[in-house]
Design a protein around this ligand. Structure first.
Ligand code: GLN
Length: 457
């Protein structure tokens, strides 16, 4: 723990953490030491992890990247945090993030932008940018992230690490500050698929405190890692029989040539490992952007109504009455992107617009999910890029929110469908920035995804 705390100190300029509290970390480390000497070690005893600051924690303040929650301290641990702690993990600090997980670059944090360790003039991706930067820079061995529309996969891709967004309902959302509840899903970010599998073993599982948590038998997500894909696989072709679907829509206009070349080269390597490629279609890929950017703000506008200056965090100082207090607290406490989404969300849900926007988006959402089922009927996994480009320069897209939304084109549809997906490092562009390969599977196929990712690593 001391080693990682001093690395965090040395690399403060990355701004990967919002809260570091050495005494809280060292107390957890001492407990891990005790467990070790008492023969009570768990699967992750002593493993230093960063928690995205959207997971509430008892030992550390929780801000969700927002001024409105400055200095907020939760009376309980989020379920995912508690499960990791139960397995013995030690928290090294709370990772920076876009405010309320709204963003794709980590520039929307009240606590400042995070820098990409590969090139500090570029963004680490978002919204789990602090988690990604911390893992990539070796400030911890793994991290928690959340993915509402790509926030685990895209920062993993931009920082050259591995991340998995599990099936919706796999990891409890209890204590995960809500952005868009029907899309939010927590998951691990780490160096390798194997590390992700070990972390997911601890994080996943039914939780009666989350009404959308899935009741499934406990699963060992490492169980397929060392196995061949099928009985006729050979030593040089361990993935013989694996069918990879490649959607033409993931290779259309707007995709950077280097990202295209690196992801196609990775798919070629899978062919060397015994896989075959089939063409599949995801015809509504482009429509996933307007669909998501109606549904997510709608849910956000409702979820964020709880931040009223009464119950948590920041409260405006000078006000005339209750309504004035609400108004001033929210105007002072929420950043521009959050306010923009609350406005959009309230608009699409309002009488007279609901049918035209929200209901239409729900219809499209169902069609997008159906497209995935049609595609996955023809293959075992789908592969393609995670994002159209590598990490962009700090400030490059921050004045144009729509440019930022368009960069989410390959990640949003997965959340609309509730499917699991990964980002696995597959190369670098000419300037040395990492490129991620996206691997998508059917519901509850995480062990398969991790196996496929592991074979490549
Ligand atoms: N970039 C998307 C958004 O801003 C996704 C963020 C996320 O997955 N939390 O909403």
């Amino acid at each position: 723990a001391q080693h990682f705390l001093s690395r965090i100190e040395t690399h403060r300029d990355l701004n990967a953490f919002i809260t570091v509290d050495p005494s809280a970390t060292l107390a957890q480390a001492a407990a891990a030491d005790n467990a070790l000497s008492n023969g009570a070690a768990g699967a992750l005893t002593g493993i230093p992890l960063a928690h995205k600051d959207v997971f509430v924690t008892r030992d550390f303040a929780t801000t969700a990247g927002s001024k409105i929650l400055a200095k907020y301290k939760s009376p309980f641990d989020a379920a995912a945090v508690a499960r990791l702690a139960q397995a013995g993990a030690v928290c090294v600090g709370k990772a920076n993030m876009d405010e309320f997980a709204m963003g794709s670059s980590n520039e929307n944090s009240f606590y400042g932008a995070v820098k990409n360790p590969w090139n500090p003039l570029t963004v680490p991706g978002g919204s789990s940018g602090g988690s990604a930067a911390a893992v990539a820079a070796g400030l911890c061995l793994g991290a928690t992230g959340t993915d509402t529309g790509g926030s685990i996969r895209q920062p993993a891709s931009f920082t050259g690490i591995t991340g998995i967004k599990p099936t919706y309902g796999r990891v409890s959302r209890y204590g995960m500050i809500a952005y868009a509840s029907s899309l939010d899903q927590g998951g691990p970010m780490a160096r390798t698929a194997e590390d992700c599998a070990l972390l997911l073993n601890a994080m996943a599982g039914f939780d009666e405190k989350d009404s959308t948590s899935m009741e499934r038998d406990d699963e060992d997500f490492t169980r397929l890692l060392a196995q061949n894909f099928s009985a006729d696989a050979t030593e040089s072709q361990p993935l013989k029989g694996l069918k990879i679907g490649v959607p033409a829509e993931f290779y259309g206009a707007g995709l950077n040539e280097e990202v295209k070349a690196a992801t196609l080269a990775a798919i070629d390597q899978y062919v060397q490992l015994g896989a075959t490629v089939v063409d599949v279609r995801l015809p509504k890929t482009e429509l996933s952007i307007p669909t998501y950017y109606v549904i997510a703000p709608a849910e956000a506008s409702s979820n964020l109504s709880r931040f009223d200056g009464v119950r948590y965090g920041h409260r405006a100082e000078n006000y005339t009455d209750l309504e004035d207090m609400y108004r001033k607290t929210r105007a002072e406490g929420f950043g521009w992107e959050v306010q923009r989404r609350i406005l959009v969300g309230a608009y699409v849900l309002s009488h007279g617009y609901y049918d035209a926007y929200y209901l239409q988006a729900q219809r499209l959402r169902r069609m997008i999910a159906q497209d995935y089922q049609n595609a996955l009927a023809q293959c075992d996994v789908i592969m393609g890029p995670v994002a159209p480009t590598t990490a962009w320069a700090l400030g490059e897209k921050s004045s144009d929110p729509v440019q930022m939304y368009l960069a989410d084109i390959y990640t949003l549809s997965l959340n609309l469908a509730g499917l699991p997906g990964m980002s696995v490092p597959c190369g670098f562009d000419a300037s040395g920035l990492p490129i991620g390969l996206q691997i998508i599977g059917n519901y509850f196929d995480e062990a398969r995804l991790l196996q496929v990712a592991h074979a490549f690593q």
